[in-house]
Structures are given as C-alpha cells and as structure tokens.
Design a protein around this ligand. Structure first.
Ligand SMILES: [Zn+2]
Length: 135
C-alpha cells in the first residue's frame, strides 16, 4: 500500500474535485498481465463448458452458433477490462463530492477511475488519480 493522491469528483462533472491522499496498491505490469490472463482462462473455460453443455441439453444449432462466438469473445474482453485496472484501493471512507456525507470505499476496489454511488444523495462519486489531467 502506497499513499496516493486521489481526486474526489462527480461523474460527468467538470468541477475540480477535492484532492485527498488514500492508501492504494499499485499493480505492476506483470501483476496486471497475470490477473488478466487468470481471468481470461477462468471466463473462457466456464463459457466454453456452458456453451458445449447447452449443445448437448438443447439440440438447437442456433444457440450453439450464438453462444460459441460469445464464449470466445468474452474471455479476452474480461482480460482487457482486468488489464486496465492499475491500482487497488484500500478500504476507507471518503466524503461525497456533493453532500459531504461519508461514502465507503470497499477493500481492493480497482481503478482508475473508481466509481461508486453515494447512498445519501444518489450521485456517482468518481475517484481519479490526481496526477492525471482529464483533458
Ligand atoms: Zn452524496
């Protein structure tokens, strides 16, 4: 865990947010690749098993025609989304950008950006890395 500057803002808002320092674990290149590969293997295996099991249970070729490409595409898509995660935030409470009430950040929340709903006013709170410009 490293102290990291994080900007607390509202989603789709250009208002400059409050910058706070939170504990975050920065993922290295190999760790990101390993996480992405692991998720691709898990998702691809389950999707291919379900797709082929459906062919045995429901003998409709249309289902297999649709589910097999879906199973092949789903694994790399999940891997790409996992590879984009650069940090894991630690569990903490932040102040909502609109109402100021505490919003809980769960442990190992991946970023960037980290998005969560404020339970009090319902807006989407967005945490971004403060060093990155949003232009
Ligand atoms: Zn709020």
């Amino acid at each position: 865990m490293q102290p990291t500057s994080v900007r607390i803002g509202m989603m789709d808002s250009t208002r400059p947010g409050l910058v706070v320092t939170l504990a975050a674990r920065h993922l290295g290149r190999w760790e990101r690749l390993r996480r992405a590969f692991g998720r691709m293997v898990i998702v691809s295996t389950i999707a291919l098993l379900v797709s082929n099991f459906m062919l045995l249970v429901v003998p409709a070729p249309h289902l297999h025609l649709c589910s097999l490409p879906l199973a092949i595409i789903l694994g790399p898509l999940v891997a790409f989304l996992a590879w984009r995660q650069r940090v894991l935030l630690g569990a903490t409470d932040i102040a909502c950008a609109r109402c100021g009430k505490p919003v809980a950040v769960p442990k190992d929340q991946p970023g960037w950006p980290v998005r969560m709903n404020c339970l009090h006013c319902g807006i989407m709170v967005e945490l971004t890395h403060a060093a990155v410009s949003r232009d």
